[in-house]
Design a protein around this ligand. Structure first.
Ligand code: MN
Length: 260
């Protein structure tokens, strides 16, 4: 097997400790290329910057910073003519400072950077830990999991997987394969006044309560386990009540009705 290329990114920015820890953990496994946002891009989800220019800055060999979103970083790395020496075997995102559990997956830039790779057929993993955690503590787990994933990718090159890994607060009781839970936040809009008397808003409250979902990442995280969740790329939902058809028919009737 030729030495694999590993693309690393994150949403906390190129200077984040979690990214450096991730790079150290996987350096023995392949040629590591890092392309990460210049500044923190947490909760920017899967946005791409299509309406403004992007600046790519070479920092040192194999390390790049981009003034864009996490998904921009993966996109640019995969399609730029000279960032990667070859198509990467895996794309790794994180280690995020802050958990990405349950519904966080919708908002997470860390997960989106990995998803952008999976959408293009490259297996990808997002790693997250509680913000007060020490990322180097998880290096042995990361190294072993990524090594196993490289073996898997070599054995079944067409199988694409998107995985979301969360480390617990404190030492792990074990590792569980989990589903996606529900994580709720205090619904908060802080209304304040700036020094010139103009109103500004600050949104988003702390994580307060989570619905109990058996077998979910939120539940196993609360019990002190490392959670490994496989995320689907298909967004279609079952529609048992036929709501889509009924509403579509309502619109269709309007299209064929004579205009007044
Ligand atoms: Mn983040």
């Amino acid at each position: 097997m030729e030495r694999p290329t590993l693309l690393l990114t994150n949403d906390d920015g190129v200077h984040a400790a979690g990214l450096a820890a991730l790079a150290r953990a996987v350096a023995p496994l392949g040629d590591v290329v890092v392309l990460a946002p210049e500044t923190e891009q947490s909760t920017t989800s899967h946005s791409l910057s299509l309406t403004r220019p992007l600046r790519l800055r070479a920092m040192r060999p194999g390390w790049f910073a981009l003034d864009g979103t996490p998904a921009d970083c993966t996109y640019v790395a995969l399609h730029h003519p000279s960032v990667l020496p070859r198509r990467p075997s895996l794309v790794l995102s994180g280690i995020n400072h802050g958990s990405n559990l349950g519904t966080d997956v919708f908002y997470s830039g860390t997960v989106a950077a990995a998803r952008e790779a999976a959408l293009r057929g490259i297996p990808a993993v997002a790693f997250s830990m509680p913000s007060e955690g020490e990322p180097d503590a998880w290096a042995p787990f990361v190294t072993a999991m990524v090594r196993a994933m490289l073996r898997e990718a070599e054995a079944r090159p067409s199988a694409t997987a998107l995985l979301n890994v969360n480390f617990p607060a404190g030492p792990a009781k074990g590792v569980r394969a989990t589903g996606v839970g529900v994580r709720e936040y205090e619904n908060l809009v802080e209304v304040r006044a700036d020094p010139r008397g103009r109103q500004y808003l600050w949104i988003g409250g702390p994580s307060v309560q989570r619905e109990h979902v058996p077998g979910s990442d939120t539940e196993s995280f609360a019990e002190g386990y490392v959670t490994v969740t496989r995320l689907a790329l298909e967004l279609g939902a079952q529609d048992p009540e036929g709501l889509a058809r009924a509403l579509g028919d309502a619109g269709a009737a309007a299209m064929t009705a004579p205009r007044e």
